[in-house]
Ligand binder design. Structure first.
Ligand SMILES: [Ca+2]
Ligand SMILES: [Ca+2]
Ligand SMILES: [Ca+2]
Ligand SMILES: [Ca+2]
Length: 444
C-alpha cells in the first residue's frame, strides 16, 4: 500500500487511514500557507470541510453477504413469488425478526426468528393466500406484542391481521388470522399505521388498487371479535400518474410529519395528505411519479425531505425538498439521485445506515418481474446506498449488482446496533432470501 503524501485520489479511496494522516498534514500546511498568504479564513475552513468529507470515506461500512442460496439462512418456502417483507421484534427479545409473504403456494406467511447466530423459520399462516406486497406492524389488540397486517393481491378483496401469540410460539402452529376488510375491490399493495385523524389511536391507511382508492381503517374496540373494521375513503385517483412514463399504477405509503406541525401525515404514491379536520384530507402532489415513498430529515429546514422511487415501473429516483409552502405542489423541488432512470425500483428506505447521525438512502431495482419468463428482465439490477452529509449531498455507492431486490428493508437484523439489509427477491431465483450484515471498517 502506498503511504506517500502524493497519492492519487484513488489511492485515498483505498487507504482511508493514510488519507486521515496525510489529510491532517495537508490541512496544517494549507492553514500555515493560508495565513502567510493572507487567505481568508473561510477558504481554509472550506478546505477543512472538504477533508472532513473525504475523511468520512474511512467510515464506510463493510458487509457480509448471507444467502439462502448458499445455506446461510433457511429457504423461505416453496413459493416462486415472494411478495412482502416486514421487520419487527415479534418475540420481544430485543432483536429484530422478520416476516415474508407469498402468493403462489402455501404457506402464505413465515417469520424468521433471530437466534444467537442465525435464524429459525416459523410459519405464521399455514394456508394458501394470495398475499400482496406491503404489510404493516402494530399492537392491534393492545396486549403488548406487535401484530401484523397484510392484504390480498389482484385475486383477493381481503385485508387481514394476524394476532401475535407471544409468548407461546410453536414453529408449526399458525397465528390466528382476522379480517379487516372483505368485499369491494381487489388488491391491497401497501399499508401504514399512523394517527392521521389525530384522535390518539393510530389508524391503518391502505391502498386498494382495484378501486384506485385509499381507505383509512379504524381499529375497532374489540379487534379480536370484529368481522371488519370501519373504513373511510380518503382519496380516489391515480396518484402515480407519471409525466413521460406509461405506468399509472398507484402504490407506496409512508407516515411522517410533512409540514412540521407536530402531527403525523400520510404519504402515498406521489402525494402527501393534509388533514383538514374530521375525516377530510387534501392530496398535495410532490413528485412526477409515484411508486415507493419515504421521508426523513436529509437536510435542515422547516419540512422533512421526501424520496420517491418508481416501484413497479421505470422513472426517476429523486429526493424532494420544500422551498416554500408544503401545501403548494410547485414548492417541492426534486433532485435526481441517478443519472439514469431507475428500473422497477421497488426497494426504498431512508435510514442512517452508517450510523454517523446523517440520513442515508437505500434504493434497489428488481432483476425479474415477468413470472413466466426464464431469463431476468433486468439482469444488471443494482442496489445503491447514497451516504448523506446532512446537508442534501449524497455519495453514491453500489452495494450489489446482478441481484434482484424487492421490498428490501434496512434494519438492525442481528442486534449489534448496526443497520443491515434484508432482501427478498420477488421471482428472481425465488425461493431465496439474502441478508447483508454490517460490520465496521477493517482495522489497517
Ligand atoms: Ca426478536
Ligand atoms: Ca398484540
Ligand atoms: Ca449516515
Ligand atoms: Ca446489525
Amino acid at each position: 500500500m502506498n503511504r506517500g503524501v502524493n497519492e492519487t485520489g484513488r489511492s485515498f479511496l483505498n487507504a482511508p487511514w493514510d488519507l486521515h494522516f496525510s489529510g491532517h498534514i495537508f490541512f496544517f500546511s494549507i492553514l500555515r500557507s493560508g495565513i502567510q498568504a493572507g487567505f481568508q479564513m473561510r477558504y481554509v475552513v472550506s478546505i477543512a470541510a472538504m477533508l472532513a468529507a473525504l475523511g468520512s470515506l474511512a467510515a464506510d461500512p463493510q458487509w457480509t453477504h448471507l444467502s439462502s442460496s448458499t445455506g446461510d439462512l433457511p429457504v423461505p418456502g416453496p413459493s416462486t413469488e415472494q411478495t412482502g417483507a416486514l421487520v419487527a421484534d415479534l418475540d420481544k427479545d430485543g432483536t429484530n425478526d422478520f416476516v415474508l409473504s407469498f402468493r403462489k403456494v402455501a404457506p402464505a406467511l413465515v417469520w424468521y426468528r433471530r437466534t444467537a447466530a442465525g435464524w429459525d423459520r416459523y410459519v405464521i399462516e399455514t394456508n394458501f393466500l394470495t398475499v400482496e406486497a406491503g404489510g404493516a406492524v402494530y399492537d392491534i389488540d393492545g396486549d403488548g406484542d406487535p401484530d401484523i397486517v397484510f392484504g390480498g393481491d389482484w385475486q383477493s378483496n381481503e385485508l387481514w391481521w394476524w394476532e401475535n401469540p407471544f409468548p407461546a410460539f410453536d414453529a408449526s402452529i399458525a397465528w390466528k388470522r382476522h379480517l379487516i376488510k372483505s368485499g369491494g375491490a381487489t388488491q391491497h399493495h401497501d399499508q401504514v399505521f399512523g394517527d392521521f385523524l389525530g384522535n390518539g389511536k393510530p389508524q391503518l391507511a391502505f391502498w386498494n388498487q382495484g378501486a384506485k382508492r385509499i381507505f383509512l381503517a379504524e381499529i375497532p374496540s374489540n379487534p379480536r371479535q370484529a368481522q371488519s373494521w370501519p373504513l373511510t375513503e380518503i382519496f380516489c385517483g391515480e396518484a402515480g400518474a407519471g409525466q413521460n412514463t406509461p405506468f399509472r399504477y398507484p402504490e407506496g405509503m409512508a407516515a411522517y410529519d410533512v409540514d412540521g406541525d407536530g402531527k403525523v401525515d400520510l404519504l402515498a404514491g406521489n402525494l402527501w395528505f393534509k388533514h383538514r379536520g374530521g375525516k377530510k384530507f387534501d392530496p398535495i402532489q410532490i413528485g412526477a411519479i409515484g411508486g415507493r415513498i419515504a421521508a426523513g430529515r436529509i437536510k435542515p429546514g422547516k419540512c422533512p425531505q421526501i424520496v420517491i422511487a418508481p416501484g413497479d415501473g421505470i422513472g426517476p429516483l429523486r429526493w424532494y425538498e420544500c422551498i416554500g409552502n408544503p401545501e403548494n405542489s410547485k414548492d417541492w423541488v426534486g433532485h435526481d439521485l441517478l443519472d439514469r432512470d431507475m428500473i422497477h425500483g421497488h426497494s426504498l428506505q431512508v435510514a442512517d445506515i452508517d450510523g454517523d447521525g446523517k440520513l442515508d438512502i437505500f434504493a434497489a431495482e428488481m432483476a425479474k418481474w415477468s413470472e413466466k419468463a426464464k431469463a431476468p428482465d433486468h439482469p444488471n439490477a443494482t442496489a445503491w446506498i447514497f451516504y448523506g452529509d446532512g446537508q442534501g449531498h449524497f455519495r453514491k455507492t453500489v452495494l450489489a449488482s446482478g441481484i434482484g431486490f424487492h421490498e428490501a428493508r434496512v434494519a438492525d437484523l442481528n442486534g449489534d446496533g448496526r443497520m443491515d439489509i434484508l432482501d427478498k427477491p420477488y421471482c428472481w431465483e425465488a425461493p431465496r432470501i439474502d441478508v447483508w450484515l454490517q460490520f465496521p471498517p477493517l482495522p489497517r
